[in-house]
Design a protein. Structure first.
Length: 143
């Protein structure tokens, strides 16, 4: 059994959590911690003004609310640590895994509209550089 599992969630794509979150909970056997993280892609290069910080704060608030809704619907009654980060998606996933001492990352491989790629670019980077084991659910489906 795993003691600490991180599940990265894209709050805009159900395929990122529908199978991954229940599987992570199952893999801990009820004796470990499952944490979820969502990453808002860094927008600093797009918004280079004072208004950018207000825009990013709004995105963080919205992402946090959506993450809470997803966890409540997918894992009712479970109290899972939840985090919203901003920056490079693969980097922030790996940083969150390292910070919590995760021994496994369970993540979906890609969004359904990216069918031409066997594993999405974010999942591929996480697999190559993660500080722990990574279980990738191809097409967001359980093995």
């Amino acid at each position: 059994m795993f003691k600490s599992i991180l599940v990265p969630i894209d709050v805009a794509h159900a395929s990122s959590w529908e199978q991954a979150l229940p599987l992570a909970l199952e893999l801990t056997g009820g004796r470990g911690i499952v944490s979820v993280v969502t990453v808002i892609p860094e927008l600093a290069s797009v918004f280079e003004s004072l208004e950018a910080s207000f825009h990013i704060e709004g995105l963080v608030v919205a992402a946090r609310k959506r993450l809470q809704e997803i966890v409540a619907a997918t894992a009712p009654g479970a109290k899972l640590p939840q985090e919203v980060r901003s920056g490079s998606i693969p980097h922030e996933i790996m940083s969150a895994a390292k910070a919590q001492g995760a021994d496994l990352i369970v993540m979906a491989s890609r969004r359904p509209e990216m069918l031409e790629y066997p594993v999405g670019p974010n999942a591929a980077q996480v697999v190559r550089h993660a500080p722990c084991s990574v279980l990738v659910l191809r097409d967001g489906k359980r093995p």
